[in-house]
Design a protein around this ligand. Structure first.
Ligand code: ADP
Ligand code: GN1
Ligand code: MG
Length: 354
């Protein structure tokens, strides 16, 4: 397989070393290392992305816009092959090749506030550069991806269909998430009342979807653009809160380590607002703190739903993996809720400055 795919890009299989790469939960990714250049080969998970060509079309549209309006912006889109295709089909699989960004690293958790700041600035810049892009030109690569009302519906239908063993194992978490459904009600109200503008949204701003310089730690670019589509900025800010506030990430089994660090909130706020502060409306800014609740709650629901559905969506390594992830996210949500007043203070103190 690798031989044929590489050949379609004019690359000689024997000149490269191929290794599985990264820790994404959805796609399959390999690093292709050569003497002069390295690449990243990726197979799209078509169980998740039912129409992979939508991803390709979106990236081409965005590339066109950025080439015209922000030619110096580093937008890591797939390379064209010898037939000028940016996505190739082999044995019914969809593949693409990206340039491997030199001297970059991605982290699976945030240790220092500067990493959170750098990452937030990158996602803020991404949103800013695309602020004037007409979202009608984008396809939905995953319909209703961050529609929390739909995620609640999927959770309820999983409750009806789950096997009794798993229902029993997850009883406490089912109760906790059901009791927190005011978060979903608030989301629905915000959307119905037009409080949030439809924008180009990344929709997966977790820390390993941004590349930082491997020596200086400076932000280089955002990656993992499959979920770029129309949406609301609370998705992007919220997923940063979800993945940068606690040092222990969603894989941590010792939940006492899942603790919100309030200085990381400030780092996210500063990094994102330095770029997007002027573009966001007052009613959008008001939801900055809600964004974390929204995304952490949704991720807890999604992991628990997948556990109840017998693990059909996320890659898992052991039987209770999705349940552990859901418990972890519930702990994170509790820690977030108990820090809300401090967040409010940081937000108020800085909203005039930035
Ligand atoms: P997934 O959708 O499975 O999360 P990603 O596109 O995020 O896949 O890629 C997985 C990992 O590969 C990233 O977390 C990052 O470490 C690395 N990676 C992806 N694209 C590049 C790139 N262009 N250059 C260097 N590393 C990359
Ligand atoms: C998935 O592809 P990856 O691993 O960056 C998921 C996100 C979740 C995340 C949880 C298309 O992201 O929505 O937040 O796992 N992507 C998709 O780690 O479902
Ligand atoms: Mg990723």
């Amino acid at each position: 397989m690798f031989q044929e795919i590489l050949a379609s890009y004019g690359l000689q299989f024997d000149d490269y070393k191929i290794e599985l790469h990264g820790s994404g939960l959805i796609n399959y990714t390999w690093k292709i290392s050569g003497i002069e250049n390295d690449y990243l080969l990726q197979k799209i998970n078509t169980n998740v992305f039912k129409e992979p060509t939508h991803i390709d079309e979106n990236l081409l549209e965005l590339r066109k816009f950025l080439d015209q309006h922000a030619p110096d912006y580093l937008f890591v889109s797939p390379l064209p092959n010898l037939k000028n295709e940016t996505m190739v089909i082999f044995n019914e699989g969809y593949y693409r090749i990206f340039p491997f960004i030199k001297n970059s690293k991605s982290a699976d958790y945030v240790k220092y506030a500067d990493e959170a700041y750098q990452a937030a600035k990158q996602f803020g810049q991404f949103a800013k550069e695309l602020d004037a892009f007409n979202t009608n030109k984008l396809k939905y690569t995953l319909v209703d991806f961050h529609n929390l009302s739909l995620r609640v519906k999927q959770f309820k239908s999983a409750l009806e269909n789950a096997n009794p063993d798993r229902l029993h194992q997850a009883a406490a978490e089912i109760d906790e998430l059901t009791n927190l459904d005011y978060i979903a009600t608030k989301y629905q109200e915000l959307i119905q009342n037009g409080k949030l503008k439809e924008r180009v949204v990344h929709h997966d701003t977790k820390i390993n979807n941004v590349l930082l310089h491997d020596q200086t730690g400076e932000g280089i670019c955002v990656i993992d653009l499959d979920t770029v589509m129309p949406g609301y900025y609370i998705s992007d800010v919220g997923d940063m809160m979800r993945t940068y506030l606690s040092e222990a990430n969603e894989e941590e089994k010792d939940f006492t380590k899942v603790v919100v660090r309030e200085e990381m909130f400030f780092a996210i706020y500063r990094g994102y607002m330095e770029e997007m502060g002027e573009a966001l409306s007052a009613s959008e800014k008001e939801q900055f703190i809600f964004s974390g609740k929204f995304m952490i709650y949704m991720q807890a629901l999604r992991f628990l739903t997948d556990f109840l559905n017998d693990d059909i969506y996320y890659h898992t390594a052991y039987a209770e993996h999705n349940l552990v992830r859901a418990k972890n996210q519930i702990q994170l949500l509790k820690s977030y809720l108990s820090s809300e007043q401090v967040f409010e203070k940081i937000f108020q103190e800085n909203s005039i400055v930035i």
